[in-house]
Each structure stands twice: as C-alpha cells, then as structure tokens.
Design a protein around this ligand. Structure first.
Ligand code: ARG
Length: 443
C-alpha cells in the first residue's frame, strides 16, 4: 500500500528498483521522523488545523511509538515504501481519521529533509564524542612519552630529532582542526527545512519559527526552494568534514604500519592486536591499521561521490537524492568504528625508548651541533661547513642532548593550549540545547 496510491499499482520491478536498500536506510530515520511529526502536529494544533483533542491523541501515540523505537528499533513492513509511510500507517491503524490529518501542510520531501537534519546532527554528536575520546588518548600519550626521542624524516630520509610527544600530539592537534570543519558542517545541518513541503511552501499559515524552536534548530532554512536544494549540499558538507577527519586517521594508520615494520621497529602492540599469516609462522601483521588506512582513504572520496550524484540536478525534488542515504549512512558508521578502533589500539601501544642509540641516527644531530657553534658566536655558514667536513671525514661525533624550547617544539609541546583549542571548538556545538529540545518533544 502506498500513501499516494490511487487505483493502480507500480510493477513490482519498479518498486524493487526504486526502493532498493532505501527501507533499511529509512529504518535508521525512524526516531527523527517521529520527532519531526511531534513538532509538526504541535504546530498544526497551534494554527488550528488539529483540535486540542486530536492533538492530544496524536501526540500520545507518536510518543509511544518513539519510545518503543528507542527500545526495540523500527521495522518497515514489506510493501510499505518508506519510514514516513510506515509511521502514518501505524497512526491511522491506531487512531483512524486523525492519523490521516497530520500530513496537512507537509510532503514526504520536507519530511525526509527534516529527518536527515535530525539524524545528521545526532551522528555528528556521536562522532564528536568519539573524536574527543581519541583526542584525550593522544594527548595523554604525548605527555607520557614527551621525553622519548625518535627520528624525524624529510623526503623519507632521516632528518632531525623528533619525539613521541610531538608525534602523538600532532594527531591530537589535527583532530582539533578537524572539529572546526565539523562545527562548520554542524552549523549548516542544524537549520529547519520543515514547512517547505514539496519544495514550494504551502497555503496553510505554517508557523515555521515554532517548529524550528521545538526541534532545537538554530534557524529555519528560510527559502523553501533552498531548503530543498539543501539536500545533497548538506550531505556533501558533512562528507567534507568526514573526509577531513578521515585524513587524520589515515595518516595515523599509515605511520603505525610503517613504525611497526621491522626496519623501523619504533612501536609494538600485544600479539592479540595483530594478525597472523597462513604460511609464515613469524608474522604479526598490522591489519587493523591497514584496514583503517584503506577505509579512511575511501572516506576521503565521499565528497567526490556526492558531488557526482548531485552535479547539475535541476532545482526541486529529484528522486536521485534518495541515494544519498546509501552513500552517507554507512560512511558515518565507518567513521565511528575507525575512531573507536584507533582509541582502542593506542591504549595498548608500546614505544621503544632507545631508538636513537643506533649509529645510523647520529647525523640527525648535525643541526644541533651547528646551532651550538652558532650560539658560541660562529656564523651559521661557517659552522655548517665545519660540521659538514667532520661528517665527510668520519670525525663527527654528536652530543645527543637537545634543547628545544620554542612554542610547539620537543621541549614545549603546548598540549594545554591545544586542549583549550579543542574545548573552545566543542563548546560551539551546543548539543545540550538540541538534547533538551528533543527531550521536551517526547516527554
Ligand atoms: N524515499 C524518498 C527519498 O529519500 C522519500 C521522498 C519521496 N518523495 C517523492 N516525491 N517520491 O527521497
């Protein structure tokens, strides 16, 4: 049964092709759909399109369904097209005529829009939470290992002394910047498209400010045509934020793979966090980090995929947009898994403390030696040549003591400043306001 059915059925092949895996995606939108309907019906009550009694019965039933979904999940019955139809069907089964009234002044087009915004802001909330946990892990490791030196590379050649404090801390700071991008995406997401109906508004005097406040959105997505145009654009911006975050994780993963390699041998993990080989009994492979790198690199392709899907779409609703769900929803899940897995792995990382004792790293200290000569009064070029000659003749013997004190260097990591940066970004999300609004709608 379709909401729009007027006597003829679509061919089953048409149903199967146009719905595809969309039902599974829509099942994830159930809570959001119910929140949207709770706000919409309160607004219909406020403008006199539902009586107080009708409103009370619809609200009670929507809340009952909401709490059931939160406990048990949600299933769309075979033959029902989408989440919006399923909820309306459940209401009409229970309440009769009143259930059919709630669709006044809206369309599935703005229903799916509002569902997606609610869903996406929740997903962002979860991703920010996971990111914060990983951030704290990295900052903790940076502090713990701030005195443990490791080689720094340029052109993949041994270059200058670095430290595990710098290495871990770099990824933490990267996450803080990733959250800036995520915050920008969140700002775009958290605006209310409800009331744009099929994409061109309605002759009912819909109170869009009211639904905006009820749902905890920052503002309406004002222009009804733009509200519809926001589908695809919003997803692309969220995908961009995911891609940015994924890049940080992909690089962390790549370094882990490299540093676990026997020729580096900088770090290790307990054997149960590595995987074996079916033929080579000695193998302890870094599969977790390789899968992480691969997944995160695929996530970086997401904005491009969404761009391809939406390029040159004419304004107004187009069914192509449905496919955004299949593209983005699994990516959100994978992002969370990657963040959680990185945190889990790093909890068990062991770092080697005496890496720089090996002779092949001696030349890394050449710049230190040059700088010490400069501090003693010798012009830089002269000091550079003197040390260069010593290296050439095999006479160079470095002092491995280093004193880096400036902002952001080995001896002055600025982890506290980086934590403050992160704190400030995260405060910008204002999740509390959204949570409160959602709780008020369902209580
Ligand atoms: N499943 C559809 C989607 O995600 C819902 C909106 C359907 N609207 C329509 N006019 N067919 O886009």
């Amino acid at each position: 049964m379709k909401l729009w059915q007027k006597g003829h059925d679509s061919a089953p092949q048409v149903d199967a092709f146009t719905v595809g895996p969309d039902r599974e995606m829509d099942e994830q939108l159930a809570e959001a759909d119910l929140l949207g309907s709770l706000a919409h019906t309160r607004m219909l009550g406020a403008i006199g399109l539902l009586t107080a009694q009708e409103l009370a019965s619809v609200q009670a039933e929507l809340k009952t369904i909401y709490h059931r979904v939160a406990q048990e999940g949600f299933r769309i019955d075979d033959g029902v097209e989408d989440v919006h139809s399923q909820v309306e069907l459940m209401l009409t089964e229970k309440l009769g005529e009143v259930g059919k009234k709630i669709h006044s002044g809206r369309s599935r087009n703005d229903q799916v829009l509002v569902d997606l915004r609610i869903f996406l802001r929740r997903a962002i909330m979860e991703i920010v939470g996971d990111t914060l946990r990983l951030f704290e892990m990295l900052q903790g490791l940076s502090e713990r290992y701030k005195d443990v030196l490791m080689p720094g590379y340029t052109h993949m050649q041994v270059a200058m002394p670095s430290s595990f404090g710098l290495w871990f801390g770099a990824f933490a700071e990267s996450l803080a910047d990733d959250m800036q991008v995520m915050l920008a995406a969140y700002r775009v997401v958290n605006r209310n498209p409800l009331g744009s109906a099929a994409g061109y508004g309605s002759s009912f005097p819909l109170d869009r400010q009211l639904t905006t406040e009820l749902l905890g959105f920052d503002t309406p997505a004002y222009n009804v045509v733009y509200a519809q145009m926001g589908r695809g654009k919003t997803e692309r911006i969220v995908a961009q934020a995911l891609a940015t975050l994924a890049q940080t994780l992909a690089r962390l993963a790549s370094d882990n793979v490299m540093f676990l390699n026997q020729n580096f041998d900088f770090i290790s993990y307990p054997p149960e966090l590595t995987t074996g080989s079916s033929i080579m009994p000695h193998k302890k492979n870094p599969d977790v980090w390789e899968i992480m790198r691969g997944r995160c690199n695929l996530l970086q392709g997401l904005p491009g995929q969404i761009a391809m899907l939406t390029t040159n779409l004419p304004l107004g609703y187009n069914r192509d947009l449905q496919l955004l769900k299949e593209t983005l929803f699994p990516a959100l899940q994978q992002m969370r898994e990657a963040l959680q897995m990185a945190d889990f792995m790093l909890r068990h990382i062991e770092v080697r403390r005496n890496i720089l004792d090996e002779r092949k790293y001696d030349y890394m200290f050449s710049v230190e030696t040059v700088n010490n000569l400069v501090l003693g009064g010798m012009p830089f070029r002269e000091a550079y040549r003197k040390v260069g000659m010593e290296i050439e003749s095999g006479e160079f013997s470095p002092s491995k003591e280093i004193r880096h004190t400036h902002i952001g260097s080995i001896g002055n990591l600025c982890n506290r400043q980086i934590a403050a940066l992160m704190e400030e970004v995260v405060a910008g999300f204002d999740f509390e306001h959204v949570r409160e609004a959602e709780l008020n709608l369902v209580k």
